[in-house]
Write a protein that binds this ligand. Structure first.
Ligand code: ADP
Ligand code: MG
Length: 274
């Protein structure tokens, strides 16, 4: 087995309140190999986003990692000096959110936002960054990229804004993208297009993907392996084909039952990709 790119070991995240402490993530372990897609699936409130924020060390108080290690490219992110962590965040590991309108700066042209991702990490001069911004918009298949770089986010559709977010995430050629419900806010047709794009880019850029979703249908189409999260704990993980065929945990079965075409009562067949 190749050394994992990301190796999360026994991660526990707590939120301390005035009266009680909530354990949002409880002793969670998983790993992702270079170029691999791991799906992290679970219902709303199960601890998926908190896990993502913990990896990037973006948890806000009172949230904190109370136990565990997060090895990325061989170093424990939890013990890195903040200055080194800033070189990891956005450059080696990028994050794509559900709602691009809140993640994009409304008063900054999209080309400048892509360029900033590069200049902040010292990956390009300002002039070079503009040229790269056009290339990146082309890479995410935004038509007329040379003109669209001068647009503001509100001038683009939801699907195009999500493509801009993906362009920003790609800018520094990260090894890992964490995509937190990247298509949940989009309608079904656009959702499929964005998933197609992510699939194409991960091959082209040899990206590893931590794909967070509540939708097992997305996992079935996209992921190599899946980790199933329930109330802060991982209840099972394994190859997607294996878990679709024979989910071990009752909760996994209920998630699968919610997806059309993925019930197990079809002679043990894995669902065909839609
Ligand atoms: P999801 O799986 O929907 O992404 P989250 O990771 O956002 O779920 O949240 C998991 C749990 O963490 C929540 O159910 C809640 O108990 C706790 N939590 C998250 N953010 C906070 C916060 N700011 N303060 C207190 N508890 C929080
Ligand atoms: Mg979430």
């Amino acid at each position: 087995m190749t050394a994992p790119l990301l190796d999360v070991r026994n991660l526990t995240v707590t939120f301390a309140g005035a009266r009680s402490t909530v354990t949002a993530v409880n002793d969670v372990s998983f790993h992702i190999a270079p170029g691999e897609t791991l799906g992290l699936v679970g219902e709303s409130g199960s601890g998926k986003s908190v896990t993502a924020f913990a990896i990037l060390r973006l948890l806000q108080a009172p949230g904190r990692v109370s136990a565990g290690q997060i090895f990325f490219e061989g170093r424990d992110l939890l013990t890195l000096p903040e200055r080194e962590m800033r070189q990891v965040r956005g450059a080696r590991i990028s994050l794509i959110f559900q709602e691009p309108m809140t993640a994009l700066n409304p008063v900054m042209r999209v080309g400048d936002q892509i360029g900033e991702a590069l200049t902040v990490h010292g990956m390009a001069s300002r002039a070079e960054a503009q040229r790269r911004a056009v290339e990146l918009l082309e890479a995410v298949h935004i038509p007329n990229a040379g003109e669209r770089v001068r647009d503001y986010p509100h001038q683009l559709s939801g699907g195009m804004r999500q493509r801009v977010m993906i362009a920003i995430a790609l800018a520094c050629r990260p090894a890992l993208i964490i995509a937190d419900e990247p298509t949940t806010a989009l309608d079904v047709t656009i959702q499929a297009q964005v998933l197609d794009l992510l699939r194409e880019l991960r091959t082209a850029f040899n990206l590893a993907l931590l794909l967070i979703t509540h939708d097992f249908g997305v996992i079935a189409e996209m992921a190599d392996r899946v980790a199933v999260m329930y109330k802060g704990s991982l209840v099972e993980q394994g190859a997607v084909r294996q878990i679709l065929r024979a989910p071990a945990h009752e909760y996994t079965r209920s998630l699968l039952a919610a997806v059309p075409g993925t019930t197990q009562d079809r002679g043990g067949q894995a669902p065909s990709p839609r």
